[in-house]
Design a protein around this ligand. Structure first.
Ligand code: F6P
Length: 379
């Protein structure tokens, strides 16, 4: 093969960087699956820029997550396509919760379309559901590299997913804002944040925003105990309170989340959550007589521009993922351990959920109102 000066540069650069294929140019597919997340575009940009500048790669974007691979919906991805997207939320490739495993000949159709587009390696940016399909395709011989994505931060094997920091910033700002209204009106304000299985957003934003009670899926709660904490606060002259509740939190002794979860399930079998904040507000008002209002942050936490931290993390993931492609480390996911980017097998990352640590729960509990009854009697 004849090489021009750029590709010779890339070839030697690749050798110097220790790439196993010496910087051989490749045709790479990219998709973003599952719920959108601030920083998706930053990953796409990093992949494409390093891929083109460093390895002379070519890219094709599959639209709307796995739907694009199933139905062969593609768009070219070149330098022009990724120009200006770093600060943009959402994803220029769009997303969906399509699950090829649930479709007739789903995985086979994916493989056919990857081949039809000449795709040698597929980079999949997504959470555990999306990556379960990556693993299934990898087991059928597809060369896949994974990038962890979810504002919920519940993918195991990585300390942080990009998008989480942005969601926490948004939730913290919202808590700060309802704080002043709660105080002005002597109200209890319940702020419902996202977090299906893990309470990462709730605990980070709750502690950062100075919430008085934080309820997470990891620790089923007792509404009587919550009411008692609020009464004690009231007794010592704090006539307002802020509660942060994760959408997936559940009442002790109850099988399902106390929420208005609809029966409708997505293609990965998840019910749509949301509504526990309103339910809890009712229960608190009934028990305490304190005026209680709920605010559901919902998708506001997923929208808009990523924080600088998330742009940086997303960029590091994108750069590391394209390097994995050229090192031939397939079936792997880039992860953050401490402050180092590493990689682990995808099957390890999706095997279990990452839950909030006991240390963080203890930090939150240390700050909750626990005034002993004797002390309140004398005051
Ligand atoms: O997985 C991230 C997440 O934001 C969850 O916290 C939430 O339950 C779910 O996505 C909502 O998804 P959708 O936007 O598809 O309803």
């Amino acid at each position: 093969m004849l090489r021009d000066s750029t590709s010779w540069y890339n070839f030697f650069n690749g050798l110097l960087a220790g790439d196993s294929n010496g910087g051989k140019q490749m045709k790479i597919g990219i998709l973003t699956g599952g719920g959108d997340c601030p920083g998706l575009n930053a990953v796409i940009r990093a992949l494409v820029r390093k891929g083109i500048f460093h390895y002379n790669d070519q890219f094709v974007g599959f639209l709307e997550g796995w739907r694009g691979v199933l139905e062969n919906m593609v768009r070219p991805l070149d330098l022009e396509a990724v120009s200006g997207i770093l600060p943009r939320g959402g994803t220029i490739l769009r997303s969906s919760r399509t699950n090829p495993v649930k479709k007739p000949r789903g995985l086979e159709r994916c493989i056919e379309n990857l081949n039809a587009n000449g795709v040698e390696v597929l980079v999949v940016i997504g959470g555990d559901d999306t990556q379960s399909v990556s693993q299934a395709l990898f087991e059928r011989g597809v060369k896949v590299v994974a990038v962890p994505k979810t504002i919920d931060n519940d993918l195991s094997g990585t300390d942080f997913c990009f998008g989480f920091d942005t969601a926490v910033m948004i939730a913290t700002e919202a808590i700060d804002r309802v704080h002043t209204t709660a105080e002005a009106h002597n109200r209890v304000m319940v702020v419902e944040v996202m977090g299906r299985d893990s309470g990462w957003i709730a605990i980070y934003s709750g502690v950062a925003g100075g919430a008085d009670v934080i309820l997470i899926p990891e620790k089923p709660f007792d509404p009587d105990e919550v009411a008692e904490i609020l009464r004690r606060r009231h007794d010592r002259g704090r006539f307002f309170s802020v509660i942060v509740v994760a959408e997936g939190a559940r009442q002790a002794g109850h099988q399902n989340q106390v929420s208005s979860a609809t029966a409708k399930k997505d293609e990965f079998g998840h019910v749509r959550l949301g509504g526990i904040g309103n339910e809890l507000a009712k229960q608190i008002e009934q028990r305490t007589g304190f005026e209680t209002r709920a605010v559901v942050l919902g998708h506001i936490q997923r929208g808009g521009s990523p924080t600088a931290f998330d742009r940086m993390l997303a960029t590091r993931y994108g750069v590391a993922a394209i390097d994995l492609v050229h090192q031939g480390k397939f079936g792997c996911m880039v992860v953050l351990r401490g402050n180092e980017i590493q990689s682990i097998p995808i099957h390890e990352a999706i095997a279990k959920t990452s839950y909030v640590s006991q240390e963080l729960i203890d930090v939150a509990l240390s700050l909750h109102d626990r005034v002993p009854e004797e002390a309140t009697k004398d005051s």
